[in-house]
Every structure is written in C-alpha cells, then in structure tokens.
Design a protein around this ligand. Structure first.
Ligand code: DGY
Length: 327
C-alpha cells in the first residue's frame, strides 16, 4: 500500500524525520531553506499532512492551493498561525504541542523576569565593554524579586507554572488575570488570587504575559496599560508578539515609565522594533522560551504523533479544532 505523503516545512530532529518516514512518504526541508507561502504551497502539492511551526501561516490562500491537505501539525503550543475559520471551511485538522513545554517555558519566563529585574544583561554589557573600574553601592541596583508581587496575565498551564515558581520558590504574592477564573483547588495550589487586569497592573512589581495571541489580545498592553504600572515594575512577554504594543513599550522603557522588560516575542518577529534595540533596560531573546533539546524533541515527537494518529486512523492526540474531526 502506498504511504500517505507529508511535508515537513522546517528542519527538525533527524530521528523524528526517520520516525515519520516509517509511516509516510516524507518531503523534509532539512536544509531549513526559507519557504515563502508560494514555496510552501508548491512543496505541499498532493500531500495530505504538514509538519509546521508557528512561522508557517495556514490560511485560505494556502488551503485553496493545496486541496489534498488534511492536517497541519504545529510543533508549538501556540497556533495563531492557523486561520481556524479557513481550516474549518476546508475541513483541515490543526494540532498543537501543549504540556510537553510547560515547565521549560515557565523556567524561561522566570529567567527573563530575574534577568530584567536584576539588570543581568545591562550589567553584563557594561562589564564586557570594559567599563567596570570599581564597585559602588548602587551599581546596577535592581528590583527585589523574592517577596514581591507577581502579576500573571494568562493563567493556563504555563502561567500556573510561573505562579508555582513565584509563590513557592520566591515567596511572592501572586495575582492573576485570566479570561475565566481558575477553580479553588488550582488557585490554592498556585497560591494565586484572581484580580481585575487594571488592578493587577497597578499592584504588581513584575508582570508576566502568557496569553495566547488573538484579535482580543492584540495590544493587550499598550500606552494606557503601561501607565497603570508602577514605575519600578518589570514586564515580561513570553506570550506572542502583538500582545504588547512594542512601540509603546520602547517609549515607556526609554522614559523610565516602567523600570525594565524581558521580551522573548516581538511584533513582526524576527524583526524587532528599532527602539527596543537601543534602550538598555530590556532583555531581548529570539523566541527561545521552550528551547531545551529534550523539550524541543518532545514537541517534535508530539507533532509527529498527531500526524501518525490522524493519518493512520487512531486520531490526533492534541487537536485544536476538534469540530472538524467530528464531521
Ligand atoms: C510555542 O510553542 O508556541 C512557542 O512559542 C514556540 O513557537
């Protein structure tokens, strides 16, 4: 029997490619060439499955150009690269890669918080530039982390992981804002108190964003919200570019409206707002919150499990549009 044909849009662990090749006829972009939408469509001709990342946009044009496509498996928990309405109309299943990256990503959120609040990058640049000639009492004095108030916007699995670290590891008072309130048992485990978003912004020493990107979370943090924050506060974005108005944030950092920021995601990434590159009080990383080899391997294997499950009949493991399956 002929194997179903799939395309891997980006380079990935060779063992995952080999695993997929046991079941499928695989076209793998192992050289990691940059495929634009036309090249992606070209490389998807006649193929039923796509292994993709958050960088590949799955929209009506692509789906119209690839009528045989039946599943797109994201190697990412976020799936704002999926146009779900277009996928529903085309009957294409989408899957993501939740859970396997929760703790690793929460670790990184905390790393950015610590680095920004305690001015790690700024002081390291100073040292490397040969500017350190003597110690002084207030040199790179930052904000207290232990015992401070941690505000988390978006209290899904990763948000909860950050809350656990803050409450149990650093004795922080944790407040959170989420579309829906958590149950009492989860709130107690995270030692987290539900508050209104504006209240959270006003009372927190450190604000961490972990919300999915959607039209409703676009510029969730803009000029108005930055003005609600303490001037000593830190803002961390490990959610998605576009959740923060990066231009407004760059201005707020330049004028010290807030003290510091740690950003792993950017509007229009891999481009970064030019003013963010010039302000010293921000730590910038290239979308690496889930980047440890074991976690990335687990993400890739989960995307592969979804392709195998769906195309070989047992069903996808983590679909994001189960309504398409139900048809
Ligand atoms: C995710 O999994 O959504 C990460 O942001 C990587 O894209």
């Amino acid at each position: 029997m002929e194997k179903p044909a799939i395309t891997l849009a980006r380079a990935v662990f060779p063992e995952v490619v080999e695993r997929l090749a046991l079941h499928f006829e695989v076209l793998a972009n192992q050289s990691d060439a940059s495929w634009g939408p036309h090249e992606l469509a070209h490389n998807l001709q006649g193929r039923v499955g796509l292994f993709c990342t958050g960088s590949e946009r799955i929209d009506a044009d692509l789906l119209a150009a690839c009528p045989q496509l039946r599943i797109c498996a994201n190697m990412a928990v976020g799936y704002n690269n999926f146009d779900l309405a277009a996928m529903a109309a085309a009957g294409v299943v989408g899957t993501n890669a939740p859970d396997v990256l929760t703790e690793t990503t929460a670790d990184f959120g905390f790393a950015l918080l610590m680095a920004a609040a305690r001015r790690v990058a700024e002081s390291e640049h100073f040292l490397r530039a040969g500017k350190w000639t003597r110690w002084s009492f207030d040199m790179f004095a930052g904000a207290e982390v232990h015992g401070s108030t941690l505000g988390i916007i978006g209290m899904g699995r990763i948000g909860q992981g950050i809350a656990m670290r803050g409450a149990h590891g650093f004795g922080m008072q944790v407040v959170y804002y989420n579309r829906s309130r958590l149950d009492a048992v989860t709130e107690a485990a995270c030692k987290a108190r539900y508050v209104d978003k504006d209240e959270l912004l006003a009372m927190s020493d450190h604000v961490v964003l972990v919300v999915p990107y959607s039209q409703s979370s676009h510029h969730l943090i803009g000029e108005r919200e930055l003005h609600l924050m303490k001037s000593s506060a830190t803002l961390v974005n490990i959610a998605r570019g576009g959740v923060v108005d990066d231009a407004a944030l760059a201005r707020a950092l330049a004028t010290r409206r807030i003290a510091a920021a740690g950003l792993d995601v950017f509007e229009g990434e891999p481009a970064v707002h030019p003013q963010l590159l010039t302000v010293p009080n921000v730590v910038l990383t290239p979308h690496i919150a889930s980047a440890t080899m074991p976690t990335r391997l687990a993400m890739a294997n989960l995307a592969a499990d979804n392709l195998i499950g769906f195309l070989l009949g047992s069903g996808p493991v983590t679909p994001v549009n189960a309504d398409v399956l139900a048809r």
